[in-house]
Design a protein around this ligand. Structure first.
Ligand code: SIN
Length: 287
């Protein structure tokens, strides 16, 4: 049974689907949750526009999809709701927020941990009049569009993911960054993974965080990783979202990448961008 009437439409040829006519603050049946889950696993992101959610409603909706991760650094958490990770350029205690520039490169959330995130739900509370867009890429297609010999070469390979490679660390409080780096030592994951729900295979890597392919020389590794990211993020394989306040996007970290564009002046107080993110715990990626 379904409790609400909604329609689902694609956002672009390669990525995304929008649920139109759904109100996430109202009850949803298990069948609705299954539809959202299946669409997510197929389309890599799902969009819900025009939502009016309290922090608790955002958390409750997210929790229908799994256990929520608490960000390792309390500095990034919502003061009353540790499940909410603040992605915001609003000053904190009169100082620039450490999260005002997060995600400015192609990545999958928490790929640098042993059990990367299943998915993240970003809810826009305030957005600039123009800019602050997020771009998404489909990692099934990133794999499918490689030649067969190239795919065969990658089969069985593992890559190292290392949080300390994040370029954003340079902008953040050094002591906070050092604490975070100490909490997450580098990990290895398969380069080609199988999505646990769709059963489809995809590439699993991020820009910067994924720093080396096990067994290759540094030069070989850099050339292959650069090619994989370039192929994955071709414009044909993207969806670019222009946020409105009240939008909620749920992205699947197991089959997609995202990139938060630095296409506006984050330090201009007129450009307020204030988002809340929940992050769902995932499993170790499997080949
Ligand atoms: C993130 O990578 O979680 C941030 C995405 C965004 O701010 O658009």
């Amino acid at each position: 049974m379904t409790l609400q009437n909604y329609t689902i439409r694609p956002l672009s040829v390669s990525v995304g689907a929008e649920f139109e006519g759904i109100d996430l603050a109202r009850p949803l049946d298990d069948a609705d949750i299954t539809t959202i889950r299946d669409t997510l696993a197929e389309r890599c992101i799902v969009l819900f526009r025009g939502q009016n959610l309290t922090p608790q409603q955002h958390i409750d909706f997210s929790a229908r999809f799994g256990e929520l991760a608490i960000h390792p650094l309390d500095a990034y958490q919502h003061p009353d709701h540790p499940e909410l990770f603040m992605v915001s350029n609003l000053p904190v205690d009169g100082k620039p927020s450490d999260t005002r520039n997060v995600g400015r490169f192609w990545h999958s959330d928490l790929c640098y941990t042993k059990t990367p995130s299943m998915g993240s739900l970003l809810y826009a509370r305030e957005v600039p009049a123009i800019g602050g867009d997020t771009v998404f890429a489909n990692m099934y297609r990133a794999l499918e569009t490689l030649s067969e010999p190239f795919r065969n070469m990658l089969e069985g390979m593992h890559a190292v993911h290392d949080y300390s490679r994040s370029p954003g660390l340079r902008d953040r409080d050094p002591e906070t960054s050092a604490r975070m780096v100490a909490k997450v030592p580098p990990v290895e994951h398969p380069l080609i993974v199988t999505h646990p729900e769709s059963g489809k295979r995809s590439l699993f890597l991020s820009e910067n965080f994924t720093c080396r392919i096990v067994g290759m020389t540094d030069k070989e590794s850099a050339a292959v990783l650069d090619h994989l990211i370039a192929n994955a993020t071709r414009l044909e394989n993207n969806y670019r979202h222009q946020w409105r306040a009240g939008d909620l996007i749920f992205w699947d970290n197991r089959c997609g990448l995202h990139y938060a564009l630095a296409d506006f002046d984050v330090d201009d107080p007129a450009n307020r961008r204030h988002m809340h993110r929940t992050t769902i715990v995932g499993e170790a990626p499997q080949p």
